[in-house]
Design a protein around this ligand. Structure first.
Ligand SMILES: *[C@@H]1O[C@H](CO)[C@@H](O)[C@H](O)[C@H]1NC(C)=O
Ligand SMILES: *[C@@H]1O[C@H](CO)[C@@H](O)[C@H](O)[C@H]1NC(C)=O
Ligand SMILES: *[C@@H]1O[C@H](CO)[C@@H](O)[C@H](O)[C@H]1NC(C)=O
Ligand SMILES: *[C@@H]1O[C@H](CO)[C@@H](O)[C@H](O)[C@H]1NC(C)=O
Length: 376
């Protein structure tokens, strides 16, 4: 009788915990220009022990699609809309272009903030900065440390565009000149760790972490190049070294997640924003095409998810997922309601239980300027 009563009480307590537990922390990591064949879990030449461990413990996503370039993919992650629905379907935003992700869209961080999340962004924005209203701290992020454009030098944080040079690294809205000379993977890992150390755990955390790595220019501290003495092609060697620096940054962040007890209720999503640029050292073998193209090499992402809330783990998931689905999926696990007209689908059952994907089709892109269109 006693044990029966105990069991009943335990059951009721765990049900209550289930109903009232706070939603999970979400760490959404985006690598820039990481190719299909540029990760250690697929290519043993690539030294990414930290990413490999997370991928293998979690769920490797084998049919996860993105847009072929930066701005449209980031648009998809944060709005849940295909870029042809937001006006961002043509290539990327360049420094002098006075436009951005239209203000009528409410971004994922803003939705999560309304659900009680603390929201932080560390890294690359690339969704417009022609007016303050377009920048991260005006669009749902409590804090921002990163840069507004698509690329820049990794140490000086200058971007040279059409012979004009500009410094692009900010702490919230202020230029962060003190970081001149520091390597960006290191700056962003340090900032992410600082956020994790200071976060009040009574609130759920959304950390959006789009790294600069491993976009051109090919720049990296020497010590990472020493990891690849046998690679003779210099561009490939530097690129791989940059991938390993990214891996080390993720390793340091993972150590901090463990140290402060985040691992019990944190979902980590890792994805590239588009396929690898083969002219800048990347490799998408055996997929055809590369960054900028609509072929598999440009649009099929190296990606995985990790976290104890995934019911089935340690396998390769083949369900069709698209970049727009993260918005709906993350909003739904945070306890939010997904607007019915959004393009993204809640794929939680697919990624957490290997249930059949609810997605049967997607639009790769509709770009009337480049005359490039595709539908799956
Ligand atoms: C994963 O994707 C690759 C590339 O498209 C394909 O060759 C492979 O068969 C897929 N793996 C599974 C388990 O479906
Ligand atoms: C960024 O700004 C905040 C608030 O002003 C400050 O506390 C923090 O130390 C700054 N971070 C860096 C890296 O300068
Ligand atoms: C990772 O942490 C180690 C030890 O603190 C540090 O030396 C290294 O620079 C860090 N790497 C990155 C990419 O932040
Ligand atoms: C964390 O937030 C809760 C609720 O707002 C508050 O009661 C608590 O004092 C905070 N803890 C710290 C260490 O600031």
């Amino acid at each position: 009788m006693n044990t029966l009563l105990q069991a009943l009480i335990l059951f009721l307590v765990s049900m209550l915990q289930l109903c009232y537990s706070k939603p999970p922390n979400i760490v959404f990591i985006v690598a820039d220009d990481l190719g299909w064949n540029d990760v250690g879990w697929r290519n043993e030449q690539v030294l990414t022990p930290n990413l490999d461990k997370l991928a293998r413990e979690g769920v490797i996503l084998n049919s996860s699609y993105v847009q072929p370039v930066c701005t449209p993919s980031r648009n998809a992650f944060l709005t849940g809309y295909f870029p042809f629905h937001t006006g961002l379907q043509h290539f990327v935003i360049f420094p002098p272009q006075p436009y951005g992700l239209p203000l009528k869209f409410t971004l994922l961080p803003e939705r999560l903030r309304k659900l009680g999340y603390d929201t932080h962004m560390v890294g690359k924005w690339h969704l417009g900065f022609c007016k303050w209203e377009y920048t991260p701290t005006y669009r749902g992020f409590d804090t921002f440390l990163g840069y507004y454009n698509g690329e820049e030098h990794y140490f000086s944080h200058d971007y040279t565009y059409q012979n004009k040079k500009g410094f692009d690294l900010r702490n919230n809205t202020k230029p962060l000149r003190e970081a001149t000379g520091d390597y960006s993977a290191n700056i962003y890992a340090t900032r992410a760790i600082e956020i994790l150390e200071n976060h009040n755990k009574s609130k759920p955390l959304f950390l959006y972490l789009p790294f600069q790595s491993v976009h051109a220019p090919l720049e990296v501290p020497e010590r990472y190049k020493d990891l690849y003495p046998a690679v003779k092609t210099q561009a490939r060697r530097t690129y791989l070294a940059m991938v390993s620096a990214l891996d080390e940054a993720v390793g340091n962040i993972t150590d901090t997640l463990k140290k402060y007890g985040y691992m019990d209720d944190t979902l980590i999503v890792f994805t590239t924003d588009n396929g690898g640029p083969v002219n800048w050292g990347a490799n998408n073998w055996p997929l055809r095409g590369a960054k900028v193209t609509l072929w598999e090499g440009g649009t099929k992402a190296s990606a995985f998810v990790h976290g104890p809330m995934l019911k089935k783990r340690g396998y390769t998931n083949t369900g069709m997922i698209h970049a727009v689905d993260w918005y709906a999926t993350l909003l739904s696990i945070a306890g939010g309601k997904v607007d019915p007209d959004v393009d993204g689908i809640d794929q939680w059952d697919t990624i957490s239980s290997d249930a059949p994907s609810k997605r049967k089709r997607f639009v790769y892109n509709i770009d009337e300027i480049d005359d490039s269109f595709a539908i799956r």
